[in-house]
Design a binder for this molecule. Sequence first.
Ligand SMILES: C[S@@+](CC[C@H](N)C(=O)[O-])C[C@H]1O[C@@H](n2cnc3c(N)ncnc32)[C@H](O)[C@@H]1O
Length: 292
Amino acid sequence: MELHRPVLVEQALAAMQPKPGERYLDLTAGYGGHAAKFLELTKNYKAAVLVDRDKFAISHLRTLVEKGAEVINSDFYSASLKLVECEKTFDLILLDLGVSSPQLDMAERGFSFMNDGPLDMRMDQGQDLTAHHVVNKWRTGELQQIFQEYGEYSSKESQRLARAITIARAKQPITSTAQLADLISSVFGRGWSKKHPATRAFQAIRIAVNDELGQIARTLPLLPKLLATGGRVGIISFHSLEDRLVKNYFKSESEKGLEAQIRILTRKPIVELDNVINPRARSAKLRVALKT
Ligand SMILES: C[S@@+](CC[C@H](N)C(=O)[O-])C[C@H]1O[C@@H](n2cnc3c(N)ncnc32)[C@H](O)[C@@H]1O
């Protein structure tokens, strides 16, 4: 059974046009779904580099490794910095941001309130910072800030939520995803929004635990250095905070006149039409740029 069904695969291949011999860098290799399709076309396994910070995902890339691909178990900002230092360049770079299905589905990873588990949410299981620490130790003001910035709650809603957490944890630590989800539901009540009231709070905590937006913001300026002339980078994002960073970077870099290092190939983001089959794909957006 496929553990993770990749999204926008055909669209990424059509927009990025992999050719035989080209060098492929996957900065969020996950379960290798995209990588396998790109590498079937480039056939250049030995020049492929696959990065992921999740050890469990990395262990599923064996088939590609046996064919010659190099795997780096690291966050993509550190991996990109190292590759730049080694003056490595690639013809194709893919970032398929966000979480994988197994990260959400495995209760023990603690990403989901649908499957009760410990408050964890680390993509990199070796990292010190966990959701448990954020929820139980961060100051009310810090919690309020992440709910507002990363969960896009209003200032008042973020404050209510942060205060409710601070009061609850003073009585007893909040240790499980279900406990936190129940607390959030009791603050906002069912019917407050179409989605479960905890959806955006969980997103906010996950983004904070994994420094997701910081990773993207620091990596974007390294991409032109990693691309060979004529190389293409494709970035798939899953929510507006990610997509905004990508869109703004592509725009500002491509509008530098003679100094512009990239040209945008997707004036509008490419979206999945076939969203009935794969619900994860509903919010996916692909943007592609070319190194000039
Ligand atoms: C949507 S999944 C990618 C799935 C992959 N394209 C496939 O076809 O199997 C996102 C992956 O990116 C990884 N990831 C997210 N942010 C990362 C970061 N900053 N550094 C390294 N890996 C990251 C996650 O661990 C997860 O495995």
